[in-house]
Design a protein around this ligand. Structure first.
Ligand SMILES: [Zn+2]
Ligand SMILES: [Zn+2]
Length: 506
């Protein structure tokens, strides 16, 4: 047998010729995972008691993720099967009797298993039998699923909340896997372990976060380990693609992206942006108005040839920039580029991110985890629900992350209606009515913005929570967009709404 010969496990080839062992050949694709690519079946008996059995299976080349579900019978007779795994060269983990599902990729693995490349060749399930009584049997089944293409990854096996709704989160933060720091026991600033960021986000009451360390994929394994214990806080795979010509967050995929751009043009960005698109993820431009050069190397966005559809979101409010400039709307934020993209006819969703580099930062400071918060309408609290929600554009930025603050707008033309992110189609000369739903901002004002212009005549004082009729106008030809911002009584920007797109036909 080619294979594993790690100490302590005397694995006998004879055991492999077990009765009733079925191996179905590998299928060309494991995407979707409804049907296993291979199913291994067999039965352990008393002869296996306090012994190990090695069940071989073949992994083809090019596998990006291996997922195994394991089940066995005979439990009513107190039969117990322990489970482990070996690749053609190395031991890859052991879960004893505690798990019935494990997944491994180059970037992350179920706790107890080792992430890493998934080499082609003969792998082995390692079965141990700590208990099988005289006369008892334990029929087992292992369902093996393989993925051959990198794709959107979820660290949770199921949605954290199946209900559609508005979910609150932070989409930009750093751990010690890049430049995030926090205090050690002795009070030293040390690279901050991932759990401290996740704990701080849970304490802030957020529903989701994306930890976005710079270029690396090293934080995903810790996130998978933490997701199980944080079953109210969706951990979205994220990273900050950090180039010499701008920074962007990528949400969804976990496989390596080649960030090494050597010129500020789309031809260079395409090598990672196109990959994100293929894998079903989304790209968001970060702190786009930040300076570039020695003052902040690579920070400002310097590509001006982005085709429509290359980016789905833009970080209009960055917490770090807020802390430095004492403003959520300084020119160093992302508003100017956002407006430029919208005026060019692109549909780009505004989001916010704290850009937290210190999990200990008190929650009332800009740049603390959750300041700002992005609020997204999702059909369920899951990674795909988040991605679809941001793409749909039904989202707003809550600049100070105050739970209970809310903003949505709708535009109607007779029976036709569109909400934030949607498109309203009207004919020239028809009337468009704009209505807002605002909460937690009484005493403040709401300002509609049409094609980038905040018309003061449309501004309304917010008397109470609920619906506000904002304005109406007669459609003129062309493509338009309308959105709304909310300020508090002191004039501070507190809520940033996303556009409704208006298409006016003849
Ligand atoms: Zn950055
Ligand atoms: Zn950052």
């Amino acid at each position: 047998m080619k294979g594993i010969a790690f100490a302590g496990l005397g694995l006998a080839l004879a055991c492999l010729a077990s009765p009733a062992l079925v191996q179905t050949p590998p299928q060309p694709t494991g995407q979707g995972n409804a049907v296993p690519d291979q199913t291994l079946r067999g039965t352990l008996g008393r002869a296996d008691y306090e012994h190990y059995r090695e069940i071989p299976f073949t992994l083809p080349a090019g596998v990006t993720r291996l997922t195994i579900e394991f089940s066995y019978g005979g439990k009513e007779q107190h039969s117990v099967i322990d489970l482990g795994l070996a690749d053609p060269q190395h031991f890859r983990g052991w879960s004893g009797g505690t798990r019935d599902r494990m997944t491994l990729s180059a970037e992350d693995a179920t706790p107890g298993y080792l992430r890493g490349p998934l080499p082609a060749g003969e792998w082995h399930l390692i079965l141990g039998a700590p208990n099988i009584r005289e006369g008892a049997t334990a029929p087992f089944e292992a369902r093996i699923y393989i993925e051959r293409a990198p794709m959107v990854t979820s660290f949770a096996d199921a949605p954290l909340n199946a209900a559609p709704g508005w979910y609150r989160g932070d989409l930009h933060m750093h751990s010690g896997n890049s430049d995030g720091k926090c205090l050690s026991q002795k009070g030293e600033k040390v690279p901050c372990p991932v759990y401290r960021t996740v704990e701080a986000a849970a304490k802030r009451g957020l529903d989701f976060i994306a930890l976005t360390d710079h270029n690396t994929t090293a934080h995903y394994d810790a996130l998978r380990a933490l997701q199980g214990a944080f079953d109210r806080l969706l951990l979205i795979p994220g990273r900050e693609v950090t180039t010499f010509y701008g920074h962007s967050n990528v949400f969804g995929p976990t496989a390596f992206l080649d960030f090494r751009m050597t010129a500020p043009n789309y031809a260079q960005a395409a090598k990672w942006m196109d990959e994100v698109k293929r894998e079903g993820g989304i790209v968001s431009l970060n702190h786009a108005g930040a300076p570039s050069g020695e003052i902040c190397m690579g920070c400002g966005w310097r590509l001006d040839d982005l085709p429509a559809g290359a980016v789905q979101a833009i970080e209009v409010v960055n917490g770090g920039t807020m802390a430095e400039t004492k403003s959520a709307e300084s020119p160093l934020q992302g508003f100017a580029l956002w407006q430029k993209l919208l005026n060019a006819g692109q549909h780009v969703t505004a989001i916010g991110g704290s850009d937290n580099h210190n999990a200990d930062l008190p929650s009332d400071e800009p740049g603390a985890i959750g300041t700002p918060t992005t609020v997204v309408f999702m059909r369920e609290l899951a990674v795909q629900g988040f991605i679809d929600g941001v793409r749909a554009g039904r989202a707003f930025v809550d600049v100070y992350g105050v739970k209970g603050r809310f903003l949505d707008i709708s535009a109607t033309n007779g029976e036709a209606k569109a909400v934030m992110g949607g498109t309203l189609q009207v004919r020239t000369g028809e009337r468009i009515r704009l209505t807002a739903e605002v909460k937690g901002a009484s005493g403040g004002t709401i300002q509609p913005i049409v094609d980038g212009e905040p018309n003061p005549a449309f501004r309304r004082v917010i008397q109470r929570d609920g619906a506000i009729a904002l304005t109406s106008w007669i459609a003129d030809p062309g493509r338009h967009w309308v959105r709304a911002d909310v300020r508090d009584a002191a004039g501070r920007l507190i809520l940033v709404g996303n556009p409704i797109y208006i298409e006016v036909g003849k």
